[in-house]
Design a protein around this ligand. Structure first.
Ligand code: KG4
Ligand code: ZN
Length: 343
C-alpha cells in the first residue's frame, strides 16, 4: 500500500510518500517561517494562501522523488485537524480532489495522532503499549497508547502548551519568532541556577501541566531586572537557561510519573518541543535510571511534516479500507484526540 500524505494544518506545507512494504519513500517540506516572522506569529490568512501556492508543486516533487506515479497510489491522506481552519481546508480540498481524480480513497488524519505515531517511522521502533509525551506549539499532553487508535489522555495542559511557553518566553527575552528554538539556542550560552523559577504543577498530584505561571514569573523577573537598565546578553542567556530548565524539569517529572502510574516502560516523545536538546538528554538519562526507554522521531519529524501523515493514513487505510469509501472534505479546527477509535 503506497499512500501520499499532505500536511497543511499550520505554517508548514508538506507532502510525503509512505510505502507499507518499503517504508518512507520521500518527504518534501516548505516552511513558511519567513512569511510570518515579520508579524511575530502565524497569520492564518497568509498561511492559507501560501499553502495554495506551494502544495501542488510539493506533491509533484514528493511523487517524483519517491519514483511513483498516481496510479501506484492506494490512497491520499491529509491532515483534517486540529489546526487553522483555512490552512486545513487547502490540504483537505486538494487531498480529496486528487483522490477523487485518481480513483483512490481519501483518508482524513488527526494531526496529533500522526505526531504520536511519528516515532514508528524510525528503524528503532517502540512496541505498543507506550506513553507518549506530545509537546507542540498548540498541545501538551501525556497519552497512554495501547495500539493504533487506542488512546487515553493521562494529562493535559491547563493553559499554555509547552511550545507556547517556549515561544512566549522567547518574546519576553526579545528573541525573534519562532521563539522556541531561539530560546534553546540562547540557553546554550547561559548558566543554570542563576535564577529561580517555579516547576509548575510538579508537586501537585496528577499528570496535568500548567505553564502560564512560569511565563508570568519570567515576565516579572525581566521587569525587575530592566528597572535597573537594559538586560545584558549574559543575563538574557542565564534567564533563558533557567526558564528552559524549569519547563524541561516539569515535562520530565510528569513523564516519569506517567510511566509509574501506567506501569509502561517505553516513552515516546513527539511534537516540536521534542526537538529540544536539553529535554532529550535529560529524558534519556532519567529514564534509563528507572529502567525505561525513550524513543524519538528524527528531529525533522518532531515538527510538522508530511511523513507522519502518510504513515498514519496508510495504517488506518490498511486496517479499515471500508471506512474511507465515501467522499467528504473534512476540516476540523478542534478535534479531541480521545474521539479517535481503533480502526
Ligand atoms: O509540532 P510543531 O512543529 O507544531 C505544532 O503542531 O504546534 O511544534 C512547534 C513548537 C513551537 O512552539 C516551537 O517553538 C517549538 O515547537 N520548538 C521548540 C524547539 N523546536 C521547536 N521548543 C524548544 N526547543 C526547540 N529546540
Ligand atoms: Zn504539529
Amino acid at each position: 500500500m503506497i499512500v501520499l500524505g499532505i500536511e497543511t494544518s499550520c505554517d508548514e506545507t508538506a507532502a510525503a510518500v509512505y510505502d507499507s512494504a518499503h517504508g518512507l519513500r520521500s518527504h518534501c517540506l516548505y516552511s513558511q517561517v519567513a512569511t510570518h516572522a515579520p508579524f511575530g506569529g502565524v497569520v492564518p490568512e497568509l498561511a492559507s494562501r501560501d499553502h495554495i501556492r506551494k502544495l501542488l508543486p510539493l506533491i509533484d516533487a514528493a511523487l517524483a522523488s519517491a519514483g511513483v506515479t498516481p496510479s501506484d497510489l492506494g490512497g491520499v491522506a491529509y491532515t483534517a485537524g486540529p489546526g487553522l481552519v483555512g490552512a486545513l481546508l487547502v490540504g483537505a480540498t486538494v487531498g480529496v480532489g486528487l483522490a477523487l481524480g485518481w480513483g483512490v480513497p481519501a483518508v482524513p488524519v488527526h494531526h496529533m495522532e500522526a505526531h504520536l505515531l511519528a516515532a514508528l517511522l524510525e528503524a528503532e521502533q517502540p512496541a505498543f503499549p507506550f506513553v507518549a509525551l506530545l509537546v507542540s506549539g498548540g498541545h501538551s499532553m501525556l497519552v497512554e497508547v495501547a495500539g493504533l487508535g487506542r488512546y487515553r489522555i493521562l494529562g493535559e495542559t491547563l493553559d499554555d502548551a509547552a511550545g507556547e511557553a517556549f515561544d512566549k518566553g522567547a518574546k519576553l527575552l526579545g528573541l525573534p519568532y519562532p521563539g522556541g528554538p531561539e530560546l534553546a539556542r540562547m540557553a546554550e550560552r547561559g548558566r543554570v541556577g542563576q535564577f529561580r523559577f517555579p516547576r509548575p504543577m510538579l508537586k501537585a498530584p496528577g499528570l496535568d501541566f500548567s505553564f502560564s505561571g512560569l511565563k508570568t514569573a519570567l515576565a516579572l523577573r525581566v521587569r525587575d531586572l530592566q528597572a535597573s537598565g537594559a538586560l545584558s546578553e549574559g543575563q538574557r542567556a542565564d534567564l533563558a537557561a533557567d526558564y528552559q530548565q524549569a519547563i524541561v524539569d516539569t515535562l520530565v517529572g510528569k513523564s516519569l510519573r506517567a510511566l509509574e502510574a501506567t506501569g509502561h516502560r517505553r516513552l515516546v516523545v513527539a511534537g516540536g518541543v521534542g526537538a529540544n536538546r536539553v529535554l532529550r538528554e535529560q529524558l534519556r538519562r532519567d529514564l534509563s535510571r528507572s529502567g525505561a526507554t525513550v524513543y524519538y522521531p528524527r528531529i525533522e519529524f518532531c515538527t510538522d511534516n508530511g511523513a507522519m501523515i502518510a504513515y498514519t493514513g496508510c495504517q488506518r487505510l490498511l486496517r479499515a479500507p471500508a471506512a474511507y469509501s465515501s467522499v467528504r472534505v473534512e476540516a476540523r479546527p478542534r478535534w479531541p484526540l480521545d474521539e479517535l477509535t481503533e480502526p
